[in-house]
Design a protein around this ligand. Structure first.
Ligand code: ATP
Ligand code: MG
Length: 156
């Protein structure tokens, strides 16, 4: 793991998303201050790419995908939001299970059902948390909270 400004990483994640689709609109909302966290860059990029891939796969052409970050007292908060098919509350609860796929997605697109279980593993391996809010037919928000880099003691 190495110290890193999350803003830089999220700019790369947006480019990753734009390279996957020309049919969605991307919105990147980052704070002016650096967000200093400690990450295994490769793993954290893979995790955030899994979330963005889902936002693309499970939302229609023309939909907006918003990647947002902000600094909170206990860490950096990332939100990745789409305007896609969404999930019921039962499906939302199961999204981190290995091989779980909601019925709506098995017909819509291909996948193994592993992406979000990897996200949880990676984020928790960084001392962070991940959770999902979603409504069927209205879209999904995925939140990732990462603790501040300890070595420089905070947001500063
Ligand atoms: P993989 O990521 O392994 O290719 P997958 O996308 O099906 O396959 P996950 O990323 O683990 O697997 O997601 C699990 C399931 O959660 C998906 O199949 C889908 O039903 C639901 N899901 C995840 N993200 C979203 C989203 N942004 N909108 C709607 N449903 C979602
Ligand atoms: Mg996936």
């Amino acid at each position: 793991k190495e110290p890193c400004d999350l803003n830089e990483l999220l700019r790369e994640i947006e480019i990753f998303g734009r390279n996957l689709t020309q049919k969605h609109r991307f919105v990147l909302e980052l704070p002016d201050q650096p967000l200093r966290v400690t990450v295994d860059r490769g793993k954290m990029e893979q995790a955030l790419e899994n979330i963005v891939s889902n936002a693309i796969k499970y939302s229609p052409e023309g939909g907006s995908i918003t990647i947002r970050a902000l600094g909170e007292t206990d860490g950096a908060l990332i939100e990745i939001r789409d305007q896609g098919i969404g999930m019921t509350s039962e499906q939302t609860l199961r999204v981190f299970e290995r091989f779980y796929r909601a019925d709506t997605s098995t017909t819509a697109v291909e996948g193994t059902g592993l992406g979000m279980s990897i996200v949880k593993h990676v984020v928790e391996g960084h001392g962070g948390k991940v959770w999902v809010k979603s409504r069927r037919g209205e879209g999904t928000q995925v939140y990732v909270k990462l603790p501040w880099n300890r070595e420089d003691g905070g947001k500063g």
